[in-house]
Design a protein around this ligand. Structure first.
Ligand SMILES: Cc1cc2nc3c(=O)[nH]c(=O)nc-3n(C[C@H](O)[C@H](O)[C@H](O)COP(=O)(O)OP(=O)(O)OC[C@H]3O[C@@H](n4cnc5c(N)ncnc54)[C@H](O)[C@@H]3O)c2cc1C
Length: 331
């Protein structure tokens, strides 16, 4: 059974691994330059700057076992940080926080090893042709025909790809709206020597600030801070230019810390679809229409762990469909 996976984030890569372990050979397409999706690091001359997911947690037993494997492989570590509620400084909720090392994208690179992952390929159309699914890229060129397709794009992007082949699944994607997030990385000339390494500002445009060097295996110099704007501020100002957002968030950081950071370089990223506002909590972990499946954080619980679980659940379903095809008389 030929299977295409659209998206090389945690959901797509976890699905590809399960399929590949079962002897199937999925092809994974991703429009970005590298795998990882929202678990990504910006390549800079100083370090990989984590502008997306900052850390994640592991609750479910199966996911914890995967976390242990990743630790053993040297791509994951605990981040023993106590973020502060700012500016007051009380400790935020205690949690076991996990980060990929030496940068967030290392986890995706590790998961993609040995898989057929084709980056820089944007899928624009999925159409039914007789008993197969045909996939076209953004130039209208064919990427092949497949017996099964697993779509793991964020809900709004999945929705536009699903509109033609499955209005029913497209409608489910509409039920899972997502929130944007403006992110910035500030490279400083001088360390600020603040009393905290990470924090959740309780008011103003910033929702999260963290010092890169406080994370395991990151360089200490130059001092780099990651800033995330709040959902509300990001949503209200989503069409601002990167420069304007960079300036505004730097100013907000200066006010929050009561310092005058001397910024030597700055990186800004607009996440139009950062996190789920309301994930579907789909009991199966995936959505399905005629061997076209959907998985991702928005199908389950809006978190890294949910994305991973969702991808695996969809892969198992595809494996059972493949078994049915191999032996059409099987129960
Ligand atoms: C700023 C930020 C902070 C976050 N904080 C946390 C946190 O603290 N804890 C937590 O658990 N989670 C957090 N998350 C959410 C977490 O990153 C996601 O839940 C998880 O990474 C989703 O994985 P996914 O595989 O479902 O989707 P993605 O990682 O979005 O992967 C989907 C992939 O599909 C690709 N794609 C989309 N459309 C196409 C197309 N047409 N053709 C080809 N490829 C396509 C994209 O390029 C992308 O790589 C955060 C996310 C952001 C952005």
């Amino acid at each position: 059974m030929r299977i295409a996976i659209v998206g090389a984030g945690l959901a797509g890569l976890s699905a590809a691994r399960v399929l590949s372990d079962a002897g199937l050979e999925p092809v994974v397409f991703d429009k970005a330059r590298g795998p990882g999706g929202r678990i990504v690091s910006k390549r800079t001359p100083y370090a990989g700057v984590d502008l997306g997911t900052q850390y994640f947690t592991a609750r479910d037993g199966e996911f914890r076992a995967a976390v242990d494997d990743w630790r053993e492989a040297g791509v994951l570590a605990s981040w023993p940080v106590t973020p502060r509620v700012l500016p007051e400084g009380q400790p935020a909720r205690a949690q076991a926080r996990l980060v990929a090392v030496p940068r967030m994208s290392a986890l995706a690179r590790h998961m993609a090893e040995g898989l057929d992952v084709r980056c820089g390929v944007q899928v624009r159309e999925i159409t039914r042709e007789a008993s197969a699914w045909s996939i076209q890229d953004r130039h209208g060129d064919s990427l092949g025909t497949f017996d099964g397709v697993l779509l793991t794009a964020p809900a709004p992007q999945a929705q536009s790809l699903l509109a033609e082949p499955s209005p029913r699944l497209a409608a489910r994607a509409v039920e899972a709206p997502m929130k944007p997030c403006w992110a910035a990385g500030l490279v400083l000339d001088e360390p600020l020597n603040l009393a905290f390494d990470a924090g959740f500002p309780s008011s103003g445009p910033l929702g999260w600030v963290a010092r890169l060097g406080a994370r395991p295996q990151r360089p200490q110099t130059p001092e780099i801070w990651t800033l995330h704007a709040t959902d509300a501020w990001s949503e209200a100002n989503i069409e601002w230019s990167e420069d304007a957002v960079g300036e505004y968030l730097t100013q907000a950081f200066a006010e929050l810390t009561r310092r005058r950071p001397s910024v030597s370089d700055r990186f800004v990223h607009r996440w139009r679809f950062a996190r789920s506002r309301r994930a579907l909590a789909e009991p199966a972990g995936y959505l399905e229409h005629d061997q076209l499946l959907c998985a991702g954080d928005w199908v389950v619980d809006g978190r890294v762990e949910g994305a991973w679980r969702s991808g695996r659940a969809a892969a198992r379903r595809l494996i059972s469909l493949a078994a049915g095809r191999a032996d059409p008389d099987a129960e």
